[in-house]
Design a protein around this ligand. Sequence first.
Ligand code: ATP
Length: 617
Amino acid sequence: MGPIEDDYSLLDSTLHETFDDISDDSDAFEGSLGFQQCRCGHQLRERSEKLRREFYEAHLDIKDKLIQNLQLIIDEQEGRISDLRSIFKAETGRSSPLTLSEQKMLRGISHLSVEFGQLSDENFALKEELHAAEIENRRLQLKLSTTVTNFSHLPLLMDNEVQTEEDFDYSRISKADSSISDKDSVLQDTEEEFMDDTASETTTVSSGVNSDTRPKSSTSLEHYQMLEENAQLKQEISDLKKTITDQSEHAIQLQTNSEASIQRLLQRFEEEVSLRKALHDALVQLRGNIRVFCRVRPSKLAIEGPIKHDPLDCDALTVSTDSGVKRFLFDRVFGDNADQIDMYAEVEPLVLSCIDGMNVCIFAYGQTGAGKTYTMDGPDTNPGIGSRALIQIFQELEKRSDDVDFTINVSLIEIYNEKIRDLLDDSASQKLELRLEKDGKMRISNMSKCSVDSVAKVKEIIESGRKNRSVAATALNDQSSRSHAITMIEISMRDKASNSVCIGRLNLIDLAGSERVSKSQVSGPQLKEAQFINKSLSELGNVVSALRRKQQHVPFRNCVLTRILEDSLDGDSKTLMIVQVAPEKTSIQETISSLNFAEKISNVTRRTAKKPLNAQK
Ligand SMILES: Nc1ncnc2c1ncn2[C@@H]1O[C@H](COP(=O)(O)OP(=O)(O)OP(=O)(O)O)[C@@H](O)[C@H]1O
């Protein structure tokens, strides 16, 4: 094996070691994204470039030595020829007939050897330039491919012209490599031929044969081949440079287009947001700020009940009583097959309006067991409005966190016999009182506020409130429906650009069971409870009716429930009453009573029935 082969095998083994080094980091390599894979590939190429450069340098040293050796051989041959000439002259008494041509030939060989050296240097420099250009080209292609990935959702120009790491044409580097090998063998052949020629000439001179008959040297031919290859390499470099320039321009163009697209999309997004707000406001104006929904709990009995609801007539409900069929109209009616998702979908716009700084109150009204807690709270496996609203508010604000700083505070209270109880204070150590503040607004003193900073925290608060409410009910030896439970969510947002602060409030109220109002045949503490419930529910009805009629005076101050909610019910606030009904015949009286209450506060105009009521069955 010669020195060049030795160098090649050294290069090979070093490249393998390098690749093994990189593969050793297989965890990071396998776990990484395409970008990291490209980076590893890039590191491998860089190391290979370095090794190749070292190889060229070593190779050039060998070439220099070879040229030096050639020079020595030429000098030696010249000396020997000169000796032969002297011998020839001494023996024949005349000068050697080959002197002139011999001298020309030797000068030519010497000149070509020097030129080989120069060409070799020039080739090396050109190859260096070619590799640098290849690397720059590849870097640009990778940059382009990353840009395309980042903006792949946008319409891009010249998409299919972009190459990826995989698409990159490495054959050009291989071509350059084989070109180097070709040149190596050419130089080696030349060296051998030169040696042969020189030996042959020596023989010719010594035998006195005419120089015209000796084999012609192929050095001139190789010389021209090398010049051609140089020209070819130069052309390749210039082509590559042109490609790089084109790709740079392409990259800049792509970047500009992407930025313009993003700007356009942002502008459209802002327009959509203000349009959504305007449409929602218009919708609320059309429907009025007070809306009433009705939801029928699924029946616990197999037999058909008195309540009928046609899903195609989504705002009407009929109830068969002994005195005939009664039809009720609301903003929306949910039959016994409506699920929590259907329910929340209808409530969602109201919840989201809190993020725009609105005050919203959602009440669940109805007899015990009609499904108020199910609708507002719901089981863990199928949560109700409260959990869904809190999670959605939190997630919506998270999405806007680049533009706004926000805090979400949650309080849970209960009103029992006109007294307020903190459901987030396990020890119930603080007495909660309603106080009129300097700004003329009613506030609850010492009420716990829990800051929500994650969805897990939302669940924790709801669970803690639930636990305390049932504990309270056990401690009081009564049912939860005898108290009003209020979940207060306060959303405070500060716009980072303008520093303006906006506060929205969402109150979710699970009212006490309304059947107590009609059951007056109780005495002692239960009579007192019934009276409080009766009074507060009827005061709530009066307040909502007064607001609906836009009365000058709204009787907020008549009970604790309406005093607490005054701030949230007044002005531009939005109110939703969900009247819950049980479908069984045994509950018919409470059902009619609840529906009458709801109808009184509903602002939906009664439609004239198209068919006689008794024909609707
Ligand atoms: N839409 C519904 N789908 C399935 N089950 C329901 C639904 N609504 C209510 N229920 C079930 O009916 C029962 C009574 O419901 P819930 O406790 O919500 O009534 P409530 O009006 O809150 O009663 P209370 O006033 O006593 O608190 C519960 O077992 C509840 O799971």
